[in-house]
Design a protein around this ligand. Structure first.
Ligand code: SF4
Length: 147
């Protein structure tokens, strides 16, 4: 295995040394991650291209595993409990492995292998939460033109 630090593929946008490796696509009800051929640095310049959208909701980002500073890290077994739960509960989305630019350093791949990759496209790190007010506004028909 590479001696590079293992990367958590569900990192917050703000994490130091973060790399973008996927883009959230699909619909609000059924989002899915589309993978990039090459990673991009998670920079303010990249975020500025989103016209105000939250980069944490648009991109999947990988960054060095936070180990014991992360709530999902099992300090005893040195494992990511999040990916263990994902493999145990999330239905398979991909029969094979999703094409992925970070596989050689991915912590989830190192820990769970292909079982993680089969479910990874369904993992949305920072899901967009639509408020009831936004839903109500979206349901409003356009105003009739005034004479
Ligand atoms: S789990 Fe698999 S598909 Fe997801 S980031 Fe890791 S290597 Fe890529």
């Amino acid at each position: 295995m590479s001696d590079k630090p293992l990367m958590c593929p569900s990192s917050p946008w703000e994490t130091p040394n973060a790399k973008v490796f996927g883009v959230v696509a699909g619909t609000v009800e059924t989002p899915e991650v589309h993978y990039l051929k090459e990673t991009l640095d998670a920079t303010p310049e990249l975020a500025a291209k989103l016209n105000g959208e939250n980069p944490g909701e648009v991109f999947r980002v990988a960054a060095p595993c936070g180990k014991s500073s992360c709530q999902h890290h099992d300090g005893t077994a040195h494992k990511c409990t999040l990916v263990s739960r994902i493999v145990g509960t999330v239905p398979i989305m991909f029969v094979g492995r999703a094409p992925c630019a970070i596989r050689s350093t991915c912590l989830w791949w190192a820990q769970e292998g292909a079982e993680a990759c089969k479910r990874c496209p369904k993992v949305i790190t920072n899901p967009r939460v639509i408020t009831e007010r936004e839903l109500a506004m979206a349901a409003q028909p356009p105003e009739a033109p005034h004479d």
